[in-house]
Design a protein around this ligand. Structure first.
Ligand code: NDP
Length: 250
């Protein structure tokens, strides 16, 4: 059978951290498959990114919002549901790093990373679940990390936040499954984005040595996995952690 080129036509995807990096490429990919997109980011750039997404012929809006602000996110999901008519797909992608060695890591560095990466995902999951439960259908995709599974020196805060996201994924998957809502996580390895650009050359070389496929990932590799988990083809998969890491975490 020929493949449907727009399997997500008419569906609405909410993508956090959608202004740039993995979030932006994910939005363009889901839009390419026909999905309308609501992008949410702390950066004003999110408006320009939404315009690029809309140029693909779908409805797209960019919202400046902070995933840690519970009230703002609850209100925004309501607005998105009213504006677009539904929330079918949620991609919890907003995330930051504040790396430091354990003994030097400050409480602020710990709290900030946990707040944005983990609490932010919880806040958005809870707010979007309200609408998915009503329509008895939905797809949630959490962008975790390989280091949430295998750990990484200098990233106690970040790896704990990503391991927490995996726990959130599995519990929410069990809780929401009876309403045909799937919740899965993707664990990327090292992806070429602003987040990894700032790594020193030596660290990049060391990382390359740990990747069996011998290349960093492109944001598109992650977006392809999101597309699969958002699509009908993955309807029997929930609570899963999909490693997209060139074999790094196996
Ligand atoms: P980027 O920094 O390029 O993009 C993340 C976006 O999220 C930025 O625009 C950022 O804004 C935004 N953001 C930060 N805090 C908030 C907030 N409180 N509310 C809303 N938006 C916010 O990162 P990547 O594209 O590289 O990463 C995307 C996700 O993938 C993250 O969760 C990351 O942990 C994960 N990941 C990335 C990997 C990589 O190698 N790049 C590997 C494994 C996982 P600002 O720039 O102002 O902070």
């Amino acid at each position: 059978m020929p493949r449907n080129p727009t399997p997500l036509k008419g569906q609405t995807a909410v993508i956090t951290g959608g202004a740039r990096g993995i979030g932006k490429i994910t939005a363009l990919t889901l839009a390419g498959a026909g999905a309308n997109c609501a992008l949410l980011d702390v950066m004003d750039e999110v408006k320009a990114t939404a315009a690029e997404v809309a140029a693909l012929g779908v409805r797209a809006e960019g919202y400046v919002a902070d995933v840690t602000n519970s009230e703002q996110i609850t209100e925004l999901m309501k607005t998105i549901n009213e504006t677009f008519g539904a929330i079918d797909i949620l991609v919890n992608n907003a995330g930051i790093t504040r790396d430091n060695l354990l003994l030097r890591m400050t409480d602020e560095e710990w709290d900030k990373v946990i707040a944005i990466n983990l609490r932010g995902a919880f806040v958005c999951t809870r707010a979007a679940a309200r609408y998915m439960l009503k329509q008895q259908r939905g797809r949630m995709i959490n962008i975790a990390s390989v280091v949430g599974v295998i750990g990484n020196p200098g990233q106690c805060n970040y790896s704990a936040s990503k391991a927490g996201m995996i726990g959130l994924t599995k519990s929410a998957a069990r809780e929401l499954a009876s309403r045909s809502i799937t919740v899965n996580a993707i664990a990327p390895g090292y992806v070429k984005t602003a987040m990894t650009d700032k790594l020193p050359e030596k660290a990049k070389e060391a990382i390359m040595g740990m990747i069996p496929l011998r290349r960093l990932s492109e944001p598109q590799d992650i977006a392809n996995a999101v597309l699969f988990l958002a699509s009908e083809e993955s309807s029997y998969i929930t609570g899963h952690v999909l490693h997209v890491d060139g074999g790094m975490g196996m």
